[in-house]
Ligand binder design. Sequence first.
Ligand code: IFM
Length: 442
Amino acid sequence: MAQAAFHFPRGFLWGTATASHQVEGSNTNNNWWAWENEPGRILNGQKAGLACDWWSGRWREDFDRAADAGQNAHRMSIEWSRIQPRPGIWDESALDRYRDIVRGMVERGMTPLITLHHFSDPLWLVEQGGWENEAVAERFETYARKVVEALKEYVTLWATINEPNVYAVMGYIVGNFPPGKTSINAGLNVMTNMVLAHARAYRAIHAIQPQARVGLALNVTPMIPAKSWSPLDRVAVSVLRRVYNEFFPAALSAGKLRYPTHTRRIPEAKNTQDYFGMNYYTRFACAVDLRMPRQKFIRYAPENCDEISETGFIGNDPAGFYAALEWAKSFGLPIIVTENGVEDSNDNLRPRYLVQHIHQLWRAVNIGIPIKGYFHWTLVDNFEWERGWSQRFGLWELDVETQARRKRPSADLYAEICQENGLSSEMVARYTPQLFEQIFPN
Ligand code: IFM
């Protein structure tokens, strides 16, 4: 067998991504805690509880795992409700704890990418109207300043907001996330306030740390009409693309808020990204479907891909990843893949998903798309929001009761990719022999 390898540029960032509420445990002062305590909100009534127990120190053992596996970076988020438990009150001990965690990351040779907001909000913020109240932009800036001042010794790579499109759609249009609203106008208003908050935080971070690189992590889901001959499906897809995928990049590059029916200028948001952060999981086929009022009459699902994940959430669609990277290139910024992964408790699909996505990533790098890093979602199984513990995205399996971790085979595969800074024919032969001919054709 001939030996070959697809190598990545020197200095490429290889890591995993996590989020505060999903891993820390004992977060009882935010909207997700309140949501979990409302009957019927989370699948099987599950709660984040101790999550991966990072807040009491288990981040150390998990960072050891990541560093030992050759990861040279990690993306994590800060919990706003810990830093600012009440309006005007700052918890210096929480800031100290985050400083320890981030220092621990740096000491293990991993570059931190810090997200300031990843779905969870302080309860006091929600009481004041949350992201529907435009005052949130100023509050978010104040919080961002506090965090950046505290962590600037260790961090230069920042993501202001994780998946603002998912946050707005799920919380305000579909209603599966708190506050459970189902209004398109509310969703668009939240998206607008998130653009304003991002822009303010972007400038504030640069004022404190001129060398900072600031972006956000956008969920990019390429969409195609389920029936290519259907004018209705085609219209639905064009509106969805505009609102879901294009709204934030258009605002943060061109300074334009592109609503479904009109466009508004927002000059203060223009050019407020130093990199394009992309979370890619799957591509969706979309159709107009009158049986789905809750989803605003749109059915969306992974389709036309060979394999679908355990609970039907994610299609193994590496071509969609390549398409998303090509599309992101048009914004003229360096790209960081801030999340990519699959839910797969038995690790049946993950090795193939990983190999095929890293292969497409390499193809994109190889044609000159300026991709600087890749963060796999996720290090250890963690709390999957309204889906509770039903979806397992970890390279490491977590026993939620005992907190025991068990390595999945994909953890070794990803470690080899990180250590090699590339994907070799030998790895593909060992972990995914069925893909060998496709990835390394004769
Ligand atoms: O777990 C989530 C994460 O919080 C945001 N992006 C998608 C992941 C998998 O569903």
